[in-house]
Design a binder for this molecule. Structure first.
Ligand SMILES: Nc1ncnc2c1ncn2[C@@H]1O[C@H](COP(=O)(O)OP(=O)(O)OP(=O)(O)O)[C@@H](O)[C@H]1O
Ligand SMILES: [Mg+2]
Length: 491
């Protein structure tokens, strides 16, 4: 027998009886830092995915780790021009879970998460586990005094000169905006310019004359009494009737605010003031407010944002003066579609926020289901502004979406056919398992495509750790319910 001298290829000998392996199993790969693995494996290779930021999951094709969060990509990696992100995807595919992962990672970097209005609640358990502050607001739960300057007052007391004046002016402007916004929500139409001027003057009077922190009833008393600075802006010129005619509509609206659930929420002293000095951040739980209570929901959201951003400004003013450490904040606007629909004025608030986040040292994550949610607002100018949120977002992360979404989405971010197909495929509903009589998990759950401008997207999958699984079951209200089928009896 002659020895076969030809050498086998990498899969063995070809041809009949050669035993060539048609399938070569990929060898297992591990990933470790160069500090840990330097002695073990000297041939380190770079990764195709960014490695700066919070590890969010694995790239779907290569299995490489993907690190991604708006603050690290903006500040350290210079990958995005604006520290903000928009997350889109059908319900239940894991959008909030992805943001929770980012929150955990970012708190590790020293960033303070702010959930200024948790509607479901999706973040309460996590923020509480991280040692953050939980503030509850809603019917009969807690109150937030819209005239309370909050942390701005104590910060201003520590500052001097122009820094102090600037902070006080900002706090005054915020209170004015807040009262006008509440009246707008209550009336369903904007406040007149003359009324805004009257409120401005009345708040100034309160600042100068009122001992301690004023509340809405004190503001009403000022309008009722009509001190000179307030009369002056109404052009009443000493005529009592003209003064009453000018302030009465506003007076009536403020009385309307005090009467009913809004009064309970806003006209009493603040029950739990926001404190930003806790590393776990703040979560304002407003899940107790019924969805049918859209007016109250809108008003509470506005008040939470106003109070929260006031505290952020106070923290920055102290850091500018060298009196406190500089901190970054991660603001989460989950369920954006509900927020925008909840009432007038909210689109403008989010608009202002998305324009100023870089200057304010805060990053934001906006989460909604579809572009259609943003574009279908009743007022066309609101819809245009909402489209602007998506256009300005530094990165867009898409979970499964229906085919109809591809048109509006590709107007905002360029996507290849393959990327579009991946997003549409991820929205496939789960298959019905006749064995268990139940649906499996949706195939697109935890799968996302990360897009930054026209760059090719990075498809990835979020894998949860055990600790995250126990904190992330947003379907838990359905478990152990009385309608759950009884467990089969064992024999
Ligand atoms: N990567 C994942 N792996 C396993 N389970 C996940 C993953 N992501 C989410 N889940 C589970 O899926 C369910 C829905 O997740 P989540 O609330 O994050 O979805 P969502 O997209 O925010 O939904 P909605 O649009 O209704 O707010 C939760 O029970 C969560 O535990
Ligand atoms: Mg969610």
């Amino acid at each position: 027998m002659t020895a076969n001298t030809t050498r086998p290829g990498p899969r063995g000998f070809g041809g009949r009886g050669g035993g060539r392996a048609s399938f070569v199993e990929a060898p297992p790969e591990w990933r470790a830092t160069t500090v840990q693995a330097c002695g073990l494996w000297p041939f380190g290779a770079g990764s195709g995915t960014p490695m700066i930021g919070v590890p969010v999951g694995r790239e779907l094709r290569t299995g490489a780790t993907l690190c991604c969060d708006p603050i690290s990509w903006f500040e350290r990696a210079n990958l995005i021009h604006n520290p903000s992100m928009l997350v889109l995807g059908e319900p239940g595919l894991g959008k909030s879970t992805l943001i929770r992962r980012m929150v955990v990672g970012l708190t590790g970097y020293g960033v303070v998460p702010l959930v200024l209005g948790d509607l479901k609640p999706d973040y309460r358990d996590l923020i509480s586990a991280l040692g953050g502050q939980i503030v509850k607001l809603g019917r009969g739960l807690g109150a937030l005094n819209v005239l309370d300057p909050g942390e701005s007052a104590s910060a201003a007391a520590r500052l001097t000169g122009s820094a102090r004046r600037k902070l006080q002016a900002e706090a005054h402007g915020r209170r004015l905006n807040m009262v006008t916004a509440l009246v707008t929500v209550l009336r369903g139409r904007p406040v007149l310019d003359t009324e805004r001027t009257i409120l401005h003057a009345a708040l100034r009077v309160l600042d100068e004359r009122h001992p301690g922190v004023p509340t809405l009833p004190d503001l009403i008393t000022v309008l009722d009494e009509g001190p000179d600075p307030v009369r002056a802006v109404t052009l009443a010129r000493g005529d009592e009737e003209r003064y009453r005619a000018a302030v009465d509509p506003l007076h009536a609206s403020l009385l309307g605010l005090l009467d009913g659930p809004m009064g309970q929420a806003f006209s009493r002293p603040t029950t739990t003031p926001i404190r930003l000095d806790q590393p776990g951040g703040v979560c304002i739980d407003i899940s107790g407010i019924d969805d049918a209570d859209a007016e109250l929901q809108a008003a509470v959201l506005l008040a939470c944002w106003s109070d929260g951003f006031g505290s952020v400004e106070a923290a920055h003013a102290l850091a500018d003066a060298g009196l406190a450490e500089r901190r970054h904040f991660f603001v989460i606007l989950d369920e954006l579609w509900r927020v925008l629909r909840a009432g007038r004025g909210l689109v403008d608030r989010v608009d202002a926020l998305t324009r100023l986040n870089r200057q304010r040292g805060l990053a934001q994550a906006m989460i909604t289901h579809t572009m259609a949610d943003l574009l279908a607002l009743p007022d066309p100018s609101d819809a245009l502004k909402a489209k602007g949120f998506a256009e300005r977002a530094g990165m867009i992360i898409c979970g499964g979406l229906p085919q109809t979404e591809m048109g509006p989405l590709t107007e905002i971010v360029r996507m290849s056919r393959a990327e579009q197909r991946m997003i549409v495929d991820s929205s496939t509903p789960p298959s019905w398992n006749p064995g268990s009589g139940r649906d499996g998990a949706p195939p697109g759950r935890g799968k996302f495509l990360c897009k930054v401008g026209g760059r090719p997207g990075i498809p990835f999958r979020v894998e949860l750790t055990d600790a995250e699984v126990s904190l992330s079951d947003t379907n838990k209200k359905w478990a152990n319910s009385t309608s759950a089928a009884p467990a089969p009896e064992r024999r």
